[in-house]
Design a protein around this ligand. Structure first.
Ligand code: GLA
Length: 378
């Protein structure tokens, strides 16, 4: 059964008829990792995997939610002290609270939802959930909030109710996604452009290691704090715009670890711009070379990779894949791979075989289909 039918049938079974259906996607990111909270550039696109929710106002001041995939119910009120016990419900509760803080008169509603973004794969399942509810509640309660602010509702939900001090990339990509297009977003000015992405002769594919190292809380937030400390020493709001010369000049005022973190971020900013230029010329070899550089920067300097993902990137390199790197926040999840059409089948077979020999299971393979953002399903 399609996800949409499943969600709507479950809603009818539990709450009755009359729900409105909404959907929001997860995302990929071609390049520009851990740059968003540094005021830098990112290059994401929405994917054909996401969250679908059925929602109906219930005229009370309570939310009754059912997470189909977890077979879990939650009921909560809409005041700050009503935070539910179920951790999955924090995302919905947080969105309600953040909408209220922006002046929207959120009332009670009933909802069921389901998703097919692999959890912990670095494809932003949580942003898909937040964007679905932010978009829906804005319509259902006549919030009048623009799309950028809807993305910020999701980001603030992560900050204030889920403990992750994330940047804006995931929620932005989920809300603004457009089929066939990547988006280059400047996270300082919030200016962005759609970039039609249809590399002739290449495919984008994700290999999911199915390894999840704990991301929530400290390791991600620690990276962000390192960057903020260095920016402060440099007398800047963000690391964005800093040069290696400036960084070297303050080397003895910062820790060796913070130095390496900042070195990665400064390099990554350059790489995103290089990739944009290369894409305009159809130069996929440069795009791929930068992807590999990002991988090893994230692994050695930023230290957000893991053995399994380093292994996948190495296998890709050995198979002659054009570009491969860990995608998303890190600490497990996927690599994103830019592969020539004629190499594709052999690469996938080889990666599966070698990963399985070493780790006892195959990586999951997700061909990338760049898709639309948050929407109401008619
Ligand atoms: C997570 C965060 C994003 C971004 C990426 C890394 O997905 O939610 O804001 O920082 O990690 O690029």
């Amino acid at each position: 059964m399609e996800m949409r039918e499943k969600v709507s049938a479950k809603f009818e079974e539990i709450f009755g008829e009359g729900a409105v259906m909404y959907a929001s996607p997860g995302r990929i990111n071609l390049i520009g990792e851990h740059t968003d909270y540094n005021g830098g550039f990112v290059f994401p696109g929405a994917v054909d995997k996401g969250i679908v929710a059925a929602i109906k106002l219930n005229g009370t001041d309570k939310v009754r939610a059912y997470a189909i995939d977890l077979d879990s119910h939650s009921e909560f009120g809409l005041n700050e002290e009503d935070k539910p016990a179920e951790s999955w419900a924090h995302y919905i509760f947080g969105v309600c609270r953040e909408m209220q803080k922006r002046g929207v008169k959120v009332g009670g509603f009933d909802t069921t939802f389901s998703g097919n973004v692999p959890l912990g794969a670095g494809m932003s399942s949580s942003a898909a959930l937040e964007s679905t509810f932010a978009f829906a509640l804005n319509e259902l309660f006549d919030g009048g909030i623009d799309k950028f602010e809807l993305a910020r509702v999701g980001q603030s939900t992560e900050h204030n109710y889920c403990g992750v001090k994330c940047g804006i990339m995931d929620q932005f990509a989920s809300v603004f996604g457009k089929a066939g297009n990547l988006m280059r977003l400047d996270c300082r000015s919030m200016e962005f452009e759609y970039f039609p992405f249809n590399p002739q002769g290449y495919k984008l594919v994700l290999l999911d290691s199915v390894v999840k190292h704990e991301l929530v809380g400290s390791p991600y937030n620690d990276r962000r704090e390192s960057c903020e400390r260095v920016a402060k020493v440099l007398g800047q709001e963000f690391l964005r715009g800093a040069t290696m010369e400036q960084l070297d000049a303050v080397k003895d005022q910062i820790s060796e670890e913070d130095y390496r973190r900042a070195r990665y971020v400064i390099g990554e900013e350059r790489r995103v711009l290089d990739v944009c230029e290369a894409l305009e010329k159809g130069d996929y070899e440069t795009v791929g070379a930068r992807m590999f550089e990002t991988h090893w920067g994230m692994s050695k300097d930023y230290e957000v990779s893991c053995e399994e993902l380093d292994f996948l990137a190495t296998v890709a390199e050995e198979c002659g894949v054009t570009g491969s790197r860990i995608m998303g926040g890190g600490f497990g999840g996927c690599t994103i791979n830019l592969v020539k059409d004629e190499l594709y089948d052999a690469f996938i077979a080889e990666a599966k075989k070698r990963f399985c020999e070493k780790y006892g299971h195959e990586p999951k393979v997700y061909p990338v289909v760049i898709s639309d953002g948050s929407r109401r399903l008619e």
